[in-house]
Design a protein around this ligand. Structure first.
Ligand SMILES: [Zn+2]
Length: 108
């Protein structure tokens, strides 16, 4: 039933699973002090999310994270899992990983 529709609607690369995961940081709301100059961004991370890569724009996230957030206000993190079995989140932000994104990535 749904197979034919899915095959047509799927753009190249979009359905190839974990090929491209973009790690995104949700930061604490900025303050006037922190915005003034050089800041340790890591200290402001509230949650670490992940989004599927945009199939049309390599290296950019799609419009939504795995937990359904808009990716536009999120900060892109350069971290990429170095291989299968590696965590999708940067190790230093382990305690801040988003549970919903984590569950979505584990189940796929
Ligand atoms: Zn999330």
């Amino acid at each position: 039933m749904g197979a034919a529709r899915d095959a047509r609607g799927c753009r190249a690369g979009h359905c190839r699973g974990m090929a491209s995961i973009i790690v995104l940081l949700e930061l604490e709301p900025s303050t006037e002090v922190l915005d003034a100059g050089e800041v340790d961004v890591g200290a402001r991370v509230r949650w670490v999310h992940a989004a599927p890569g945009d199939p049309d724009v390599p290296g950019d996230p799609g419009p939504r994270t795995f937990c359904g957030l808009d990716t536009l206000p999120l900060e892109q993190e350069r971290y990429r899992p170095s291989g299968p079995g590696e965590p999708w989140y940067p190790p230093q932000h382990r305690s801040r990983r988003c549970g919903d994104c984590d569950a979505a990535l584990r189940s796929s």
